[in-house]
Design a protein around this ligand. Sequence first.
Ligand code: FE2
Length: 495
Amino acid sequence: MKRRTFWISASLLTTAIVLLAGFWLLCKPCITNTTANINTNYPSSIDTGQIGSSILGSATNNSIRINTLAEKGMSVFVNYGIKTGSYDNKTDTITSQSGEPIATNITGLQSNTKYYYQVNYKESSESGFISKTEYSFYTQRSTGSTFSFGVQGDSHPERAGKMFNADLYNITMQNVAKTAPDSYFTMGDDFSIEGLIDKKQQTQSAVDSVYLYQRKFLDVIGANSSVYLVNGNHEQAAKYLLDGTAASFPVLAAKARNNFYPLPTPNSFFGGDTQQVDNVGYLKDYYSFQWGDALFVTIDPYWHSDTAVDNTAGSDSTSKGQRDLWNNTLGDIQYQWFKQTLENSHAKYKFVFTHHVLGTGRGGIEEAKLYEWGGYNEKGVWEFNTKRPGWELPIHQLMVKNGVTIFFQGHDHLFAKQTLDGIIYQEVPNPADNTYSTFNQDAYTSGITMPNSGFLNVTVSDSQVKVDYVRSFLPTDESSANINDSVGYSYTVTK
Ligand SMILES: [Fe+2]
């Protein structure tokens, strides 16, 4: 080989190695988002163990909704009252026409009151009703009350063996059930339909099976706690996938979500997304409500961005490198709603939930200065005024101005607590990761990080907010240092 040819070849090889190394470093944080190892082999129909299982939702000052899993022809009524074992009231009986879940609305309740209830069901082949265990719920707490709510991060049931273990998820649910919080928030990546998109299994029953599988776990806690879902990137419940038909994947996902989970419809009690989507109706993807001294607000960039916010369904995650993150947005309507919701609230504590800052990336406060969340581009140039005309402030600055107490996010698969400008940025751990990893820890350059798994039990009182990270361990993984249902970390916020 001539000397000149040798040096050209050597420099080309060096360039290729540098490019590959750079590519790896850039995309390393994305790798856990790939669709590899996806298990979509969930049962396609309700199994007998789930029949009659109920989940609470949309609790207000005078009502609550109970969603009960049913078979075709099954009938349900609910007894309820303010004394245990003694029910003064009974709902009408509702029959499932084609096997759809039965939504029972209980109305006319007193606020700030504990109610006991019992679901009664009768399958079409049976002659008598079966009464389920008695459970309880609270109506809206009054200001000054002490109550708790729970939060879990990404459950990722499609990642069995990688960061999901069904037995551990059940243990976490049992730990939550012991505390019986008034409400329970899941932070997204709980209903991945990407395996179905890859396989082109574009049917309602296939998508339903994903949403139904999660009920096996959330039903353990949902009988005592209103469940509130937050969309993640893997839900792919996103506008960019709409194709104008009733069979597009986001439509199927939204219908399954609303069918199996009693999420809040915007009304005089719940703020939320009042736009209706063809073939769906209300999305119920973002919403707000007051409970005791706290305002709860969930926001969702996925439905409202014109492009994929994180990974594009059905494509390699490496395509994320070319994105313009100004495309990730709540949209004008949701932003103005969010602003008014924060401004109009006089609650002592304000909690905001979304899957992640900007719906993508890794880290908490490290990402908070960027794009519509903080106003700057990656090069540190302020672009907010030209990119978001009509918006008063970026999301972070808006939350600071309006006294948000804790911003909850998931997506990064670890416990991380940071503070920026007086707001706690709380990354919520996975509930079912039996590798007990601290994924993406290097993205958090300050604050406290801890490994999975578990949930956050948040107690709100007149004087403070207390956040307990309740750890979960499989019996075979317990030790003197790793005790299931113990508090691994705790902090308080006072105002
Ligand atoms: Fe995620």
